[in-house]
Design a protein around this ligand. Structure first.
Ligand code: GDP
Length: 472
């Protein structure tokens, strides 16, 4: 349970005995002062279980620190619409490549890496807040520094404030780029005053927020901005171990003719190589090829590097992580587990909106609508408690009738019973068996899963009350 609690802290939700990725295991080991060692596979094959990992105590700071190397900072550009985010990204990309490479940069990339005086910096080439919050919501918190673009002629606008909120909440370093200083109407002082009012005191106003005056049109100030980003990266001491298991965040995914499903990723740790088996959300795969931000085929990508990955069977989700696995078999096993879990989650979601429809269609002999329920719970104690609580909900328009109340997972038989009786299936702390999942699809039965008693009761009550309106 201590380990499960650790996993929850890392925003990883697993059931007991469920497999986890090696790099997650490594993070848990780290928390307890251990280093994670991958099980050595015996010659001649043999069944390989990723749960059986060998951990050895290690003095913290011992080896791991040696293995860490500086990596490029990952930058997200945010700001109000039309303040020049796209122009800035374009300018940086175009101005930092040499002429010979110009042909390679015409195609769209989701992220690119530039070098400023020998120091690499990675930019996510999708401006805006949506990607930032979407990725964070999915646990892919890869941005190191937010560049907040504020147009000097316009000043702080609603989306500027939103960006500040997002960046602050995520505890990101903010660097302000005061853009469009080439315009006669530019008013840098006003922008700085407005920033200070919002709690972002720039250095010349006695605060600690760095601000640079730039023009994404003429390029003025952009080298200074890059310099600042490189410096800030040094201050933040951004490091990763290029030798560990590779982990990369998906920042864009699409289907391309001739390539199938591909994804743009930024490598977070380890070195992603061609031939590597991986898990990515609910899908297993193997890296077929890697293409860098200049459109060239490469064999590997190091931490902080953006790269396009070919080798997905299905299109992955933005924000999911691609994680190296020891074998395609281990990856497939984990993928199967995750797909089952997702199916259960989906059932829960799609059923929610339809539960009410069901009640209103069924009128029993007393002239009341009837809500028939198949109730499955983890233990007999909850079966009784929930059954009684449902019985206690009083309504003069709806009767409830629990046709099955038992402990155990939701089975195919439960679904069939529910189907023939027009009942809804309520599960409390139980899983839906694989066969039952199939039956749900074919029978069109509604299944709702809960882990909190009062939520279950409340939803039954709400559905019953909601029914009163349409019926009268
Ligand atoms: P975004 O919505 O923040 O991505 O803004 P864009 O990059 O699309 O820029 C909006 C408009 O402002 C475009 O017409 C740009 O040409 C213009 N623009 C962007 N940066 C500058 C700048 O530094 N100076 C001037 N004069 N115009 C700029």
């Amino acid at each position: 349970f201590v380990l499960l609690a650790d996993l929850i802290k890392l925003q990883i939700f697993v059931a007991p005995h469920q497999a986890i990725e090696p790099d997650i295991a490594a993070r848990v080991c780290e928390l307890h002062g251990f280093i994670f060692e991958r099980e050595k596979r015996e010659k001649g094959g043999g069944v390989h279980k990723i749960e059986e990992v060998v951990v050895e105590p290690a003095a913290p700071q011992d080896e791991p620190e040696d293995l860490l190397q500086l990596r490029p900072p990952i930058i997200t550009i945010m700001g109000h619409v039309d303040h020049g985010k796209t122009s800035l990204l374009d300018y940086i990309r175009k101005s930092t490549i040499t002429k010979g490479e110009a042909g390679g940069i015409t195609q769209h990339v989701a992220a690119y890496k530039v070098e400023h005086e020998g120091k690499p910096i990675t930019f996510i080439d999708t401006p805006g807040h949506a990607i930032f919050s979407d990725m964070r919501a999915r646990g892919a918190d890869i941005t190191d520094i937010v560049v907040l673009v504020v147009a000097a002629n316009d000043g702080i606008m609603p989306q500027t404030l939103e960006a500040i909120e997002h960046a602050k909440k995520a505890k990101k370093t903010i660097i302000v780029a005061i853009n469009k200083v080439d315009l006669p109407s530019a008013n840098v002082m006003r922008v700085k005053t407005q920033l200070a009012e919002k709690g972002l005191q720039t250095v010349d106003y006695g605060g600690d927020v760095e601000a640079v005056e730039i023009s994404a049109l003429t390029g003025v100030g952009i080298p200074a901005l890059l310099e600042l980003l490189a410096l800030q990266a040094e201050v933040l001491e951004l490091k990763a171990n290029p030798k560990g298991n590779a982990r990369a965040a998906i920042i864009e995914a699409r289907v391309q003719p001739g390539r199938g499903a591909t994804a743009s990723v930024i490598v977070e740790t380890g070195t992603l190589k061609t031939g590597t088996p991986f898990i990515c959300g609910p899908f297993a795969g193997k890296v077929k090829s890697l293409i860098n931000d200049r459109g060239e085929s490469v064999k590997e990508a190091k931490p902080g590097t953006p790269v396009e990955v070919i080798g997905f069977d299905e299109m992955p989700n933005v924000g999911d992580s691609l994680v190296e696995m020891d074998s395609i078999r281990a990856a497939q096993k984990l993928a199967d587990e995750r797909q089952l879990d997702r199916r259960n989650d989906r059932l829960q979601l799609t059923r929610k909106s339809r539960m009410e429809d069901l009640f209103s269609n069924v009128i029993d002999g007393t002239g009341k609508a009837a809500l028939k329920i198949v109730l499955k719970c983890d233990v007999q104690g909850s079966v009784e408690a929930i059954k009684n609580a449902i019985g206690d909900i009083k309504s003069d328009k709806v009767n409830t009738q629990v046709i099955i109340a038992a402990a155990g997972p939701i089975t195919e038989g439960d679904i069939q019973m529910a189907s023939s009786a027009d009942a809804v299936v309520l599960g409390f702390n139980v899983k839906v068996e694989a066969n039952a999942v199939k039956a749900v699809k074919s029978e069109g039965v509604q299944v709702k899963l809960y882990s909190i008693v009062y939520e279950l009761i409340d939803q039954v009550r709400e559905a019953m009350l909601g029914l009163l309106e349409p019926l009268t």
